[in-house]
Design a protein around this ligand. Structure first.
Ligand SMILES: Nc1ncnc2c1ncn2[C@@H]1O[C@H](COP(=O)(O)OP(=O)(O)OP(=O)(O)O)[C@@H](O)[C@H]1O
Ligand SMILES: [Mg+2]
Length: 233
């Protein structure tokens, strides 16, 4: 039997649900509604990687300003700017134009940029936040789906352990914005939020005897904690 190498997220309670960690060098999709904790989980994975596991990390943000993310995450005591100064963390910021236009999003430029930065800092972990925000400027659904798949494929090829963040639209049956993100992912983690609780579920993790249950998740002073066994329903 070949053992699959695991990459610990370092998030308390999460790694034990997935046999010790994420699949090394693979892409795991994180999907959830607005405010469910996707960005926090992603940044905690990167922070723990460079602070505790000697794995440098790259954040790709299409959504929020890097400065806003750094400010919000500093509340958890994560010294991200220090890690950036030490070359252990890098950010690729590529705001997607909010106006619908005829112009194509420069996917080639974005992919080149990600590739260059990942090589430059020898990144082992990548967080892509988020694929859901890509769609605004597209008229053509086929072109959009093709570009979503291209980004996913490129992230797979890079061989870093990657969290690909996307969005679950409330009231819709499908678990991801475009319904295709799962095809480029080896695992799927779902985050839930209601007015009274937060929860997490491992929906898919190839080659892993993972827990299928829904577990309570808290966001506290030090970020996310998962409480295995505590079922919110
Ligand atoms: N310092 C903090 N302590 C406790 N909870 C916090 C703190 N900062 C933020 N939160 C909670 O985390 C939520 C935001 O989490 P996060 O930004 O990771 O979600 P998200 O899924 O990325 O949201 P979006 O879809 O808007 O990008 C906030 O709405 C708030 O409830
Ligand atoms: Mg977010």
């Amino acid at each position: 039997m070949v053992d699959i190498e695991r990459v610990p997220t370092g998030v308390s309670g999460l790694d034990e649900l997935i046999e010790g960690g994420l699949l090394n060098g693979r892409v795991t999709l994180v999907t959830g509604a607005a405010g469910s904790g996707k960005t926090t989980l992603g940044m905690q994975f990167l922070y723990n990687g460079s602070a505790s596991f000697r794995e440098n990390g790259l954040l790709v943000t299409l959504e929020e300003e890097a400065t806003d993310i750094l400010r919000d995450m500093s509340r958890y005591g994560w010294e991200l700017e220090q890690l950036i100064g030490q070359g252990k963390l890098a950010i690729v910021q590529s705001p997607i134009p909010f106006e619908v236009s005829q112009e194509r999003v420069d996917i080639n430029g974005l992919l080149d940029n990600i590739h260059q930065q990942a090589v430059k800092i020898n990144a082992k972990r990548i967080v892509f936040d988020s694929i859901a925000s890509l769609g605004l400027p597209y008229h053509d659904v086929v072109a959009l789906r093709r570009d979503v798949l291209r980004i996913g494929a490129m992230l797979r090829e890079l061989g870093c352990t990657t969290l690909l963040l996307t969005e679950m639209v409330e009231g819709e049956a499908k678990t991801t914005r475009y319904g295709i993100e799962q095809f480029v992912s080896h695992g799927v983690i779902v985050l839930y939020v209601t007015p009274t609780y937060r929860a997490i579920q491992i929906a898919k993790m190839r080659g892993t005897n993972h827990d299928m249950g829904i577990h309570r998740l808290r966001i506290g002073k030090k970020g996310i904690t998962v409480i295995p066994g505590e079922r919110p329903f």
